[in-house]
Write a protein that binds this ligand. Structure first.
Ligand code: ARG
Length: 458
């Protein structure tokens, strides 16, 4: 019999029991459910609402239950609907009337969201740690490979040469913003709904600040209707996970490209690759592809809850039970993706020669040759056109800018002199891009320092 069966004459059938149950999803919140119940019982007894003796029995009974669930010996029953009823029913079965007093001044509506907030706080913290660790992996690699030059791209075409370190640090910045978004969702979750009861508060003299302190929340949800129906913090978490997944997916995509025959910039380690069942030569970047692929479902989880929430009237509606599966999945997924990327990147081989070879193709010095003319007084647009003609000449001859003679340069503009050849030197070009945030040696050194500070603050 369900704990709420008093006004019913028939019970749910097997199908409705199963369809209505959230136990398979929410049982992972058992520790939070027990912590919430212990805090509630402690507060009830301190307020004289239940006896100290009952509160003690409740807490001891709950500790036993927690141990059993952790050990895997707890008798879960799908007919109990969710983790809250499963635990409460067992508690009553074990300690009797004291257990039946636990739900005084409480509803599953404030209970479930209290558990969810506590659970998310702990999971978000884990993801933040994984985010930080992955940032450190990228930062370390950037440090080690400071001298390596790669082509920078726009439209996937060679654009200007950049340091590999600069490219890697771009992702560290994305990750640092992901960290902030995760932190924001942690703060959004950090508010105590317990005591809102079903929707309207209660006549019992509850001390909500006490449960807030006992559970380590930093604030109290001040409106009982909002407390039981607010899922903003879940959406914030889903959004933070989605943006983070999107960033990882962009990096995964680059690793996939970089590991192709065409690029040959990197080789992923065997641990982070798989073979083909038919083609013996294959070494596939499956794990990078999976990180890219899992982004779809992470974004799906966000959209799913947004749609669920849209037009939901106040206060609790059973639709809200659908809030957990997606966010649990997104948190698990993003944690695994961060762990996977950290392992993949720290174990891959970097082919510096292939990277640098590409940095010397595609006329990457063109902008600097135009800037050379500008420094000699020419308007940038005119310089751009003239260098365009030089590039066209190279394309027609099938050669590089460095293969042109001074006469070829002078034929386009009399401003060209012997020293234009220095402008074609790829390492000098990279080294000199020292505007703040640029790839140049000095700008990059500065950036490394800022990144270090940012990571230090995390
Ligand atoms: N299993 C429910 C959920 O996850 C708990 C709250 C149920 N409340 C209710 N009034 N039916 O949302």
């Amino acid at each position: 019999m369900a704990l709420w069966s008093g006004r019913f004459t028939a019970s749910a059938n097997e199908f409705t029991q199963r369809f209505g149950a959230s136990l398979p999803v929410d049982k992972r919140m058992y520790k939070q459910d027990i912590a919430g119940s212990k805090a509630h019982a402690t507060m009830l007894s301190e307020q004289g609402i239940i006896s100290h003796d009952d509160a003690e029995k409740i807490c001891t009974g709950l500790d036993d239950i927690e141990r059993e669930i952790t050990k895997g010996t707890f008798p879960f029953d799908i007919n109990d609907e969710d983790i809250h009823m499963s635990i409460e029913k067992q508690l009553i079965a074990r300690i009797g009337e004291a257990g039946a007093r636990l739900h005084t001044g409480r509803s599953r509506n404030d209970q479930v969201i209290c558990d969810t907030r506590l659970y998310l706080k702990s999971r978000i913290s884990n993801v933040m740690r994984a985010n930080y660790q992955f940032s450190r992996v990228l930062e370390k690699l950037a440090h080690e490979k400071q001298h390596v030059i790669i082509p920078g791209y726009t439209h996937m075409q060679h654009a200007q040469p950049v340091y590999l370190a600069h490219h890697l640090l771009a992702y560290v910045w994305m990750l640092s913003r992901d960290f902030k978004r995760l932190h924001h969702s942690y703060e959004a979750a950090d508010c105590n709904p317990l005591g809102a009861a079903a929707l309207a508060g209660t006549t019992y003299p509850l001390d909500r600040q006490r449960t807030t302190d006992l559970l380590g929340f930093s604030a109290v949800c001040e409106n009982s209707l909002d407390a039981v129906s607010d899922r903003d913090f879940v959406l914030d978490t889903l959004y933070a996970c989605s943006v983070s997944a999107m960033h990882l997916s962009r990096l995964a995509e680059e690793l996939i490209m970089w590991s192709t025959q065409e690029f040959g910039f990197i080789e992923l380690s065997d641990t982070f690759s798989t073979g083909s069942s038919i083609m013996p030569q294959k070494k596939n970047p499956d794990f990078a592809e999976l990180v890219r692929g899992k982004t779809g479902r992470t974004v799906g989880n966000l959209v799913s809850l947004l749609v669920t929430m849209k037009a939901l009237p106040l206060a609790y509606n059973k639709d809200l039970q659908e809030d957990k599966q997606g966010v649990f999945d997104s948190l698990d997924t993003i944690y695994d993706c961060l762990t996977c990327m950290a392992g993949m990147i720290s174990s891959m081989t970097i082919h510096e020669d292939a990277m640098e070879r590409q940095a010397y193709t595609g006329h990457l010095a063109a902008t600097d040759v135009a800037d050379y003319l500008v420094k000699k007084g020419m308007a940038f647009r005119d310089a751009h056109r003239i260098v365009g003609h030089l590039v066209l000449l190279c394309e027609q001859r099938g050669c590089a800018l460095t293969d042109l003679s001074l006469a070829d340069f002078k034929a386009q503009s009399s401003l060209f002199e012997e020293n234009v050849m220095h402008e074609l030197d790829i390492p000098s070009i990279v080294r000199a891009r020292n505007s703040r945030g640029g790839t140049g040696d000095k700008a990059l050194a500065y950036q490394f320092n800022v990144v270090k500070d940012v990571l230090h603050q995390q």
